[in-house]
Design a protein around this ligand. Sequence first.
Ligand SMILES: NC(=O)c1ccc[n+]([C@@H]2O[C@H](COP(=O)([O-])OP(=O)(O)OC[C@H]3O[C@@H](n4cnc5c(N)ncnc54)[C@H](OP(=O)(O)O)[C@@H]3O)[C@@H](O)[C@H]2O)c1
Length: 334
Amino acid sequence: MTTNHQVRLAARPVGMIKRSDWQFTEEAVPEPKDGELLVKVQYLSLDPAMRGWMNDARSYIRPVAIGEVMRAGGAGKVIASKHPKFKEGDIVTGAFGVQEYAVSDGKGVHKVDTRLVPLTTYLGTLGMPGMTAYFGLLEVGKPKEGQTVVISGAAGAVGSVAGQIAKIKGCRVVGIAGGAAKCRMVVDELGFDACIDYKAEDVKAALKQHCPNGIDVYFDNVGGEILDACLARLAMHARIVICGAISQYNATGGMKGPANYMSLLVNRASMTGMVVFDYAERYGEAAREMAHWIAAGRLKAKEDVVKGGIDTFPETLLMLFEGTNTGKLVLGLE
Ligand SMILES: NC(=O)c1ccc[n+]([C@@H]2O[C@H](COP(=O)([O-])OP(=O)(O)OC[C@H]3O[C@@H](n4cnc5c(N)ncnc54)[C@H](OP(=O)(O)O)[C@@H]3O)[C@@H](O)[C@H]2O)c1
């Protein structure tokens, strides 16, 4: 008997997630029935959104139930199939959950080609975070050549891609990230024009220096004080993309909202929320264009692969909230 190790939600966290919020279970690897496939999960996608799915609150997706295997995107190999579209040996991505083996009916499972990019890139730049960056920036931010684009969470999965796409579109791009090393990487490796270290610099003063004509597009991954600082520096008709607010996800006293919102009125600006799943029908189009950019050396896919195994899932997930990941955080299960 082969054992499937799983991580289930044991309790709804208060503030930062604790190890005791998880339950570790094991069961026999199931046999796929007719119309199903069995996947050996090789990599798990760790995402800030997981923190929201643990709350019992209305959102764009239902909360994970207590006792349920934690929801997670993953990538792996089909090891048995009774599904007409998949065969043993296929390499696939899908919502497999935090477990080593997953049975699936094939919905939302995609075959991927690992000859050109590593499998982990399908969880990052060519996966959900890359799609978020692509559609959030281009469809909601609508940057024009020569405009100034500011991206928070600039060294992360979404931010690193959004900033590089803005550069490809001919914008001046200013990142915001935590720490000198991340800021150096964002400028030297990813080609941003500047990067503000929000842990060491006065963000408002730095935005004034780097965005002398104001901000045309602000791609917000963090919310909180950084959102407020950007609101105070908007150009006329600016667009703010509300992609995420990671600085607020573990808040115990309620979320801190923007105080400087009257800047939207003064500058005839807009602030729009986006959810990547709304663009699901167009993922193929975005993946094709981004794959071309990767092949041409114009887009660098950055992944932070932790080869820790499933037992380290709780601690590895916390890297997102501690800022110790650079690029897409992935947990290797083998
Ligand atoms: N709307 C959508 O459909 C959608 C889809 C995917 C992701 N998102 C959102 O996009 C954002 C980025 O996600 P990701 O997957 O790319 O994660 P990520 O940026 O790779 O990782 C999270 C990063 O957030 C930063 N961070 C953590 N705590 C912070 C704080 N208190 N203040 C400022 N920065 C903080 C850290 O970087 P530093 O070291 O720079 O602090 C950390 O590395 C998240 O808000 C996520 O919820 C939204």
